[in-house]
Each structure stands twice: as C-alpha cells, then as structure tokens.
Design a protein around this ligand. Sequence first.
Ligand SMILES: Nc1nc2c(ncn2[C@@H]2O[C@H](COP(=O)(O)OP(=O)(O)OP(=O)(O)O)[C@@H](O)[C@H]2O)c(=O)[nH]1
Ligand SMILES: [Mg+2]
Ligand SMILES: [Zn+2]
Length: 336
Amino acid sequence: MRRYGKHTDEDDIRTRPGRRNTRPRTNIRPKHEDAAEGLVLTVDRGRLTCLVEDRVVMAMKARELGRKAAVVGDRVALVGDLSGRKDTLARIVRIEERTSLLRRTADDDDPYERVVVANADQLAVVTALADPEPRPRLIDRCLVAAYDGGLDPLLVLTKSDLAPPEKLLELYGDLDIPYVVTSRAELDSGVAVDRAREHLDGKITAFVGHSGVGKTTLVNALVPEERRRTTGHVNAVTGRGRHTTTSALALPLSGSDGWVIDTPGVRSFGLNHVDPSRVIHAFPDLEPGTEGCPRACSHDEPDCALDTWVAEGHADPARLYSLRRLLATRERKEGD
Ligand SMILES: Nc1nc2c(ncn2[C@@H]2O[C@H](COP(=O)(O)OP(=O)(O)OP(=O)(O)O)[C@@H](O)[C@H]2O)c(=O)[nH]1
Ligand SMILES: [Mg+2]
Ligand SMILES: [Zn+2]
C-alpha cells in the first residue's frame, strides 16, 4: 500500500512560530495520554460518530484542534465520556497522521458535494452502465484524485442489466485497473456481493460516483442491516422520492477487517489541488522516464522525456497516452 505523506500543511498552524501567545503554552496542558483511539464513521455538522472499541461514541472537536477538521476514516484520539450512552459527548483531541486523503477542490458551494475521506486504501469509482449514462470524464477525474491522494482505484460498473460493459472497459484496459461488474439480478442473488468482496476484503474502500449510480444499493448489499450501527441522518428523500445519500458513512465488512465508505453523489470532481508528480507515482513503468524532463514538466509538452522513454521501448505507448489523457482532464471543463 502506498503511504501518503504530504498535505499535512494545515496541521502546523497551531504551532507556527511568531504567533502571539495569548493562551497558556501547549506543554502545560494535559497531554491526553489516557485518550482512547477511535475511528470516525460519519460527520454531521459539528457532530462526529466514532467507533471506540466496540462502542459508537458521539464526539465533537476539542477547541485545541483549531481549524483542523476530522473527516470520515480519520483515526482520532478521544477523551471525556466514552460510554456511548445517549446524550453523551466525547472530545476529539488529536487526529492521527493520515495514510491517504481523497480530496475535491471546492469549486461550488453545495455543502453536500464535498467528498473527503481519510485513510482509505482504495477508491471504488462507481459508474452505471445506463441510467444515468456513463461519463468517462468524471471517471477520469476520480482516477486522478485517487492517484493524487494515494488510493488504489477500482472500477465498479453497475446496472449491467441495462447496458453491456465492454465499451467502457475497453477505455480503461491500458490502465490495468481492477473492475467489478454488477446487475440487479446479481445483487439479489448475492453473486455481486461475492464478486465485489474479492476486491474489498481487508481494505478500506471509499465509493464515489454520480448520484443514482447505485453506490448505496451496493453498500447495503455488502453490509446487511443488522451490521449497521449508524443510520438515519445520512439519507434524504429527493424530489422524485428516491433516497439520496447526504453524508459519507463508514461501515464494517463482516468477517474481514475491511470497511466500505458510502459517499454522497457528485456532479463534478474539482482537481485544482492535483500535483502531476504524485499522479505519475501511480505509473511505475513511466516514472523513471521523467528523470530527463524539464523542471515542473506537465508531461504533455514538446520537451517531455516520456516520448523518448516510450520510443526506446521502456514502456507501452498506450500507457503514456492514458497518463496524458488523465492529466489533461484537469484542464478540461467539467460536466461533459
Ligand atoms: N436496474 C438496476 N438498477 C439499480 C441497480 N443498482 C441500483 N439500482 C437503482 O438505482 C437507483 C439509485 O441507487 P442508489 O444506490 O440510491 O444510488 P447512489 O449512487 O447511492 O445515489 P446517491 O446517494 O444519490 O449518490 C435505485 O433506484 C436503485 O434501485 C442495478 O444493478 N440495476
Ligand atoms: Mg447513495
Ligand atoms: Zn515530462
């Protein structure tokens, strides 16, 4: 599994030197050595639902965390009432270092459209083969976010009862991404669950995709009702009477230490934060070829050394084509 070391930039805000000291120094406060470890399962406004041992504990952020926000998947340290009893509230005093971070640039002000998940190993990019129509551009954007954030991608193609998967799979063949195809009948019979679990067991997987593609339907099939500890505030009924997911929710996969994280549907996936050098890390066959590149190479310019790398036979030209298609998706307008 790739480890994710950057993006801790906001973490240091509190300790920035030169700041006026209006409060007692940090080192005379209790260090919370007795804090319990918890996993953030869902976040609803300021309230975080955390799993502490086998208890579900409601918590809020301690003031000392400052602007730093805990997100679903975060490992946190909690103090206070950890009983999990009704109307109790614990405090989150620390957010542990993240191994991965799935981010979207905030490019609109719809609060339900921000997907941010920490520590996931895998990003399941869910696409319906029909209803709604597949949008390869959105898939490409999700893949770039996965590579950038240190997550391994998995393609999940749903509703194969409505349209065949071949054309779409062909588009991603050169990227060697594992995939799962599911249909209504296979969901009902349990075949889809078995097939999906081969890719999910033992891993933390975040499911993302356009609204209505079937993320929640699949997650519910994977995690039967009795296993679900937290529900209720994560769904809203849409105008058409369908239930749409309104916040991310982590659920445990029984019989494995894996987790699945359902997320609200996205219309777009902003990528302004993406760094091409992190994306290329996911292309180990091409990465060594970038040594001869000019500084801050976009890898899609005349002096890019990857053309020579491929011409010399070190990697398949189709792979370079795929990489460039993904990197270029950052510049294109979203929504088509
Ligand atoms: N025909 C068919 N319909 C499906 C399949 N999977 C899910 N659906 C239907 O698709 C609709 C949307 O499913 P959801 O699981 O709510 O979709 P979602 O991706 O969670 O949507 P948001 O929460 O809005 O992001 C529901 O009416 C499902 O019954 C499938 O394999 N075949
Ligand atoms: Mg949903
Ligand atoms: Zn280059």
